[in-house]
Ligand binder design. Sequence first.
Ligand SMILES: *Cc1c(COP(=O)(O)O)cnc(C)c1O
Length: 714
Amino acid sequence: MAAVRQPGGRGRRSAGRITSVFDRLEALGRDLWWTWNPEAQALFAALDPVLWRATQHNPIRTLRSLSAERHDELAHDPAILAALRRCEAARSEYYAAPGWFARRTAARGRELFVAYFSAEFALHECMPQYSGGLGVLAGDHLKAASDLGVPLVGVGLLYRSGYYRQRLGADGRTIVAYPRYDFHSLPIRDTAREISLDLGARQLRARIWLAQVGRTRLYLLDTDVPANPPALRELTAQLYGGNEETRVRQEILLGMGGVQALHALGLRPTVYHLNEGHAAFCVLQRLRELVRRGAPLAKAQEIVRRSTVFTTHTPVPAGHDRFGARLMKRYFSGVAGELGVSAAELMDLGRERPGDRKEPFCMTVLALRLSGRRNGVAELHGQTTRRMWQSVFNVARAADVPIGHVTNGVHSRTWLAPEMEPLYRRYLKPRWVGAGPEDDCWRRAGRIPPAELWALRNVLRRRLVNFARQRLVEQVQRRMGTLEERLAAEGALDENALTLGFARRFATYKRAPLIFRDVRRLARILCDARRPVQLIFAGKAHPKDEGGQAFAQLIFQHANSDRLRGRVVLLEEYDMEVGRMLVSGCDVWLNTPLRPHEASGTSGMKPPLHGGLNCSILDGWWPEGYNRRNGWVIGGGREWPDREEQDRRDAESLYDLLERRIVPLFYARDRAGVPRGWAQRMIESMRTICGRFSAARMVGEYVKDYYEPAHRDR
Ligand SMILES: *Cc1c(COP(=O)(O)O)cnc(C)c1O
């Protein structure tokens, strides 16, 4: 793919150098390539560190808010100009390097072109268009596709208020806020194109925005346009907000509108990848277009199936959207008519038991029926998913259900702390530009001197402790806390203590408060003056998930209890920035889901980039990652029929591990103060996890086992 041409800053007079430096900075800021380039981030920070922080690291807002003096200074600041030139050169090199995909497919017939649909994309904290792991995975997928040069466009929605902003009240209760983002100050572009689609009896218009993610483009649909009536303008106000009707309308926009947006842009994908069931109406739009062009329905279904890939992401029932017959009729009677089927037949496409008139329409079932290639997101999740949907496929054994798996991965450079880069350059020699999915620089981790890695762990832990204290002070200020609370926040945590992190959505199956089951035993572990241990939590629950919010409140109470104050903290507003700080600063990453509910989990793949160690239930990706020497297993993978029994045993196993293995190993130091055994585990964790659980490996697998076969068969 050719280098992307950047139009200059619109509406600005282009006279002289001042404008040109400014425009060059803005052009750099509008290519989200900078989100995984530490030098570009350092450049934006250097423009004005306070603004950079105040804008959630948004280069466009930072540039626009610069004072007049600073603005003028910039054009003459030799350090800024030199850094800008280096960044531009690095970016040109990135675009010019032939990607792995180009090398792989030189001189093959018509080219593969993938459209990747997702309800959420997490690209950076300045674009809060995500709720958690699903969005992070989608963002990392786009970035890895760019690195590998895979021809792929993303399709999603642009939410005026994003997910929600989380604050905690003085009693620890969640306070939900919906800021309204100005899209023109995000690092995206208005394509000035609109589509118009049927929404039941009405017409819905949506504007198409473009986020440039390196070589990958992401198109986002926004209904907040003047031509829509007020209620429809609000359709894309919130991610996972509103009621069932909002949800069905948003999903029509994503699936059906997404296909129409691709047409409007003149794009002709050969493969459609549905990231979770939210986008499944895509198949109905494609069926309808094929039938309109004269294809018999059976033939149209065959074509759609061959060219559609579907990834399912959760065994939790609430994760699968279901819509009642009345709602479906309201929005799909026209489509049924066009396809030449009855409303009931259309409903059956989304039913596990066709003909069961009580069964609602399930988006996952629709996607399973109309995609030819389907997968779960870890080996264990593949098994769980085959059992779960056996009825859809009418086969005798779960093993015969045609659902495979591609284990998730993370975009390494997005999650890598810049402090690590010199060590990487010296010992691992990563090839960030032009690498393929099999390139695994972490295989060389054995070359890293343990003392050097340990020194960096101390740097990163200290950075995290400072970050957490600053956030805690701000939290106390916002709540108008007492002076005593403020002092506690300033003095919370210990930069040398063994630090455990837990940060993810506070969905109840993830059991965030499990470690508090026996508070006295936990307090003994944490408050040992010679071998202190501390816990840092962050996480958001869905605004309607009362159970998840109660978890946040419970952890808040423990963090503010006399017994655990200063050793347990809870940070508000878990986002990609908090995530990066935690996965780089924590020594141990804690993961306590109720097996087998964690489809994959990806947060645990990020600490090993910095020598962090996982302590996890054998669920999701961990059965594939764990090798006895690179982390720990809680509970040995047993599933107990009784929930109470399960929680009790898992908590006990966790305490035992901490008391007998983890804490002693961390504090067993040699004469130079280095924990030798711990350092060995850190290196083993890095060596065995980072390459295998990278997004490059993951996207490579999708290309070889899903996209290319679908492209050939279509
Ligand atoms: C990596 C990441 C996740 C994924 O968390 P899991 O529960 O492990 O799947 C969620 N949110 C953010 C912000 C992340 O960075």
